[in-house]
Design a protein around this ligand. Structure first.
Ligand code: ADQ
Length: 489
């Protein structure tokens, strides 16, 4: 790879995800202000020096006019982002509908929507049509921006049709697809009316990646059982063409968290929190307010713990920070009311005039506030009913090198496979078991906490987001080279 003048250039990486890592606010007819949102994927790719990453995705705003679209494209280009413009109807049918209402719950074992059958079937069809249409719009933008030699990395359940459309445009494109959620057992995937089409479309990718070996195995089983294809140790084979399937567990930018703890504003915050909760153990939950995160189950387990251990009532506090998401969806509104109702009841039951056992905040915290909270926490409680990986558990461990707090972790989070030896693993559906884990964590000896923390800290600092991204992309490059060699033979 060289420029015309002979200087080497880095390989370009086109990262395609439903949402661009920016929030865009319109300031005038042709002016926009942009803010980069530093999610896990962004920091993973910022740390990758080997590739020159560009992002392709929806900016999260409806821009119906051409002047606005051109201005936004120009502003985004400075951040190496390329927008896909989706209108309101498509967003409603593709994003709110097929992605969030059908694929998200199904992939987390919550089943398909159960309302009136006929209405569901009809809306299912139109949402699926919109899903394909949206994926085609993403493919068009990728194709327009693709240059020979680029690597195209598609992300998540929103874009399962993308590998097929991309390969139709150009069979030589190097295409990888990575799923951030679990891939469910083939028996669950079988219930989806478009089960075969989605699998076949993903199989157009050269490399398909998941967080855990189990998800990869479920995907291969779905291809063998539903499509009748052959599963091999490398992946899935269809008429001599191999799609490689493998596990690539994500990590975090652990250095960013560790360094943040030294920042004066974080130290100040830590001091305030220590004073505020002096004499009490701090338990922490940080989640998006989503049904998969098992927030009601977590709070009910805490109630059970207090019921069985009344002497702890004024010696422990649970801080539950829950960012509202998908607030226009009725199920999510119901979940919010349910959580508020349980928290109110427990605080009424166990609170005193001066203290309540649960502080529940419906909001997001900024990075420094989050680091300070992680650092003062004695026990982190992650009770996801299903979770692709769960980065909150990694972030907590990264911020705990002085405290050696305990992680209680759902066995249904992908992270249970990497942090299982250091955490207390629980079945979040078993409230009694989670209550017992809280008791164990709060009473754990320093030596045991030290041993468990060392194990997890070692993992979190040696399996970072940057390594994850580099590993996936270099495997994708190798997979394509091997496939070319096989064809030549
Ligand atoms: P999420 O479901 O969003 O991600 P998670 O992995 O826990 O779940 O990441 C959440 C991120 O949001 C973390 O970086 C966390 O710090 C932040 N966050 C959560 N609540 C917050 C709050 N109240 N305030 C501020 N920040 C908050 C999806 C999958 C996961 C998978 C990731 C990455 O569902 O299973 O681990 O992608 O692949």
């Amino acid at each position: 790879w060289e420029r015309p003048d002979g200087r080497p250039i880095r390989q370009r990486l086109l990262v395609v995800a439903n949402r661009l890592p920016v929030s865009a606010v319109r300031r005038g007819e042709d002016s926009w202000s942009l803010e980069i949102s530093a999610g896990g994927l962004v920091s993973a790719l910022l740390g990758v020096k080997e590739f020159e990453a560009r992002w392709i995705g929806w900016a999260g705003v409806n821009v119906p006019d051409e002047v606005g679209q051109k201005a936004l494209s120009r502003a985004l280009a400075e951040k190496r982002c390329i927008p896909v413009f989706l209108d309101e109807e498509i967003v409603h049918q593709y994003y709110n509908g097929y992605c969030n209402n059908i694929l998200w719950p199904l992939f987390h074992y919550l089943g398909l929507p159960q309302e009136d059958r006929l209405a569901t079937t009809r809306s299912f069809q139109s949402q699926f049509t919109a899903y394909k249409k949206a994926n085609k719009m993403f493919a068009d933008v990728v194709n327009r921006n693709y240059e020979e030699g680029d690597v195209v990395w598609c992300h998540d359940y929103h874009l399962m049709y993308l590998p097929k459309y991309l390969k139709k445009y150009n069979n030589k494109m190097k295409v990888g697809w990575f799923l951030h959620t679990p891939f469910p057992s083939s028996e669950i995937h079988r219930t989806l009316p478009s089960r075969s089409k989605l699998l076949r479309s993903v199989l157009h990718a050269d490399l398909v990646g998941f967080h855990t070996y189990d998800y990869a195995r479920h995907f291969v089983s779905a291809c063998t059982r539903i499509l009748g294809l052959e599963g091999t140790p490398e992946g899935v084979e269809d008429q001599g063409r191999l799609t490689r399937v493998a596990a690539f567990p994500i990590g975090i930018d652990s250095e960013r968290f560790i360094h943040a703890l030294e920042a004066p504003q974080v130290q100040e915050r830590i001091k305030e929190l220590k004073e505020r909760f002096a004499g009490r153990k701090v338990m922490l939950g940080v989640d998006r307010l989503d049904m998969i995160k098992g927030i009601p189950q977590k709070i009910l387990a805490f109630e059970k713990f207090l019921e069985e251990n009344p002497s702890w009532c004024d010696k422990v506090v649970l801080l539950q920070i829950a960012v509202p998401t998908r607030t226009d969806v009725p199920e999510y509104q119901k979940l919010t009311s349910q959580v508020h109702e349980i928290v109110g009841r427990i605080n009424g039951r166990f609170g005193t005039l001066t203290a309540v056992p649960i502080h529940h905040l419906d909001r997001s915290l900024d990075f420094h506030a989050l680091c300070a909270l992680y650092a003062v926490t004695d026990v982190a409680l992650v009770t996801s009913l299903r979770d692709g990986m769960n980065l909150v558990s990694y972030e907590f461990v990264a911020c705990q090198d002085s405290k050696r707090g305990v992680l209680i972790l759902s066995e249904f989070a992908g992270a249970a496979q990497s942090l299982g030896a250091g955490a207390i693993l629980v079945n979040p559906w078993n409230i009694t078991e989670v209550a017992a884990a809280i008791d164990q964590a709060l009473n754990m000896s320093h030596e045991e906490r030290e041993k468990r923390h060392r194990h997890n800290f070692e993992h979190v600092t040696t399996h970072t987001a940057q390594q994850w991204a580099e590993f996936f992309v270099s495997e994708l490059n190798d997979t394509v080279i091997e496939a070319q060699q096989r064809t030549r033979k």
